[in-house]
Design a protein around this ligand. Structure first.
Ligand code: NDP
Length: 318
């Protein structure tokens, strides 16, 4: 972004990713950018008239679209239809109103869990629509895939620059630490926090064997801000750590145990589902733009997140 004044609105800015975008954007504020941070309190983006009112009020030139219904494996398995409908409605409305009001660029978030279940590895940006997603998050995945379809059709029919980022598993402060509905790492942090506090054993749900690439929310925020400024391609871009930085859930649990100083026993509940075994993604496209980008080492990110959770236990979403 350069030249005239930009107004960047960030939808979903109270969530895990949006909170990090707020922190980084405020720190790296440029004089020609005005940032506006929105949550559902500013309007329900499932309703197009409320979306129109938000855009009328702020006249954005750029949009980072993070508003979404997001949840972990177990929540996705239980409420698939809600995930499908909510995300379809939010994205349809944000993109349509962006088109109506002449927004210059929108970047929305997809997710690596939307890739085909049966695939070759590493996954890359060309594979989004190659086959059905894992059945555990069918509703969320199909709604997210439609972002890419919408981006292409708005581009082809109207010339809009609407694009998408594909982050892998995100973690960090301000996540949803709910034990049933949250993401894997936040669930581990909360469970180990409680096990330590109550002097009880800690149980990992599933075998701990699945492997994931975790990205720290503040790193993702830096990349999303780069993308809204510099990335001008309708095709999605994977925002993830290098392939060799993939870790198993068991390794992750061990890191959390060490960082929290938990000394009790660790068991597995093998009646709980594992989800997809791995989703290794390539960041070659990202590296072609930003070869020197330094990701926060996962151990440091976990340490900061564990500290944040302990310091904010009363107010954290859980
Ligand atoms: P969170 O659940 O932490 O935050 C969701 C945000 O969306 C909140 O600010 C919430 O506002 C807002 N929101 C939800 N519903 C509405 C609505 N109807 N109208 C307006 N705003 C709404 O999500 P994350 O930060 O984790 O995710 C951000 C994006 O990144 C999403 O698109 C997600 O799919 C994607 N992503 C996330 C990953 C992860 O591991 N977390 C992985 C890959 C992609 P309020 O606080 O007011 O409810």
């Amino acid at each position: 972004m350069s030249g005239e004044q930009k107004v960047v609105i960030v939808t979903g800015s109270t969530g895990l990713v949006g909170s990090a975008v707020q922190i980084v954007a405020k720190k790296e504020q440029r004089p020609d950018e005005k940032w506006v941070f929105l949550s559902s309190k500013d309007g329900n983006l499932r309703n197009i008239e409320e979306a129109r009112a938000i855009f009328k009020k702020h006249s954005p030139t750029h949009v980072i679209n993070l508003a979404a219904k997001v949840g972990g494996l177990f929540s996705n398995m239980k409420y698939g239809c809600d995930f499908l409908r909510t995300n379809m409605e939010i994205n349809q409305n944000v993109l349509q109103v962006s088109h109506e009001t002449g927004v210059k660029k929108v970047i929305s978030c997809m997710s690596t869990c939307i890739f085909p279940d049966k695939t070759t590895y590493p996954i890359d940006e060309t594979m989004v629509h190659n086959g059905p997603p894992h059945p555990s998050n069918y509703g969320y995945s199909m709604a997210k895939r439609m972002i890419d379809v919408m981006n292409r059709t708005y581009h082809d029919q109207y010339g809009c620059m609407f694009t998408s980022a594909i982050p892998t598993n995100v973690y960090g402060p301000y996540d949803n630490y709910n034990l049933e509905d949250g993401h894997v790492l936040t669930g581990l942090i909360h469970k180990i926090y409680l096990a330590k506090k109550n002097n009880t054993p800690f149980t990992i749900w599933g075998s701990g064997k699945p492997r994931r690439q975790f990205i720290y929310s503040l790193d993702l925020a830096r990349l999303l801000i780069w993308a809204i400024r510099e990335y001008n391609d309708v095709n999605p871009i994977l925002l993830c750590v290098d392939e060799e930085d993939e870790v198993s859930i068991k390794e992750l649990a061990e890191m959390v145990v060490e960082e929290t100083g938990f000394k009790g026993s660790v068991t597995h509940d093998l009646t709980k589902a594992d989800g997809q075994f791995k989703k290794t993604a390539s960041n070659a496209k990202l590296r072609s733009y930003l070869p020197d980008f330094k990701f926060t080492p996962i151990r440091q990110g976990i340490r900061e997140t564990v500290e944040w959770f302990a310091a904010n236990y009363e107010t954290a979403r859980k």
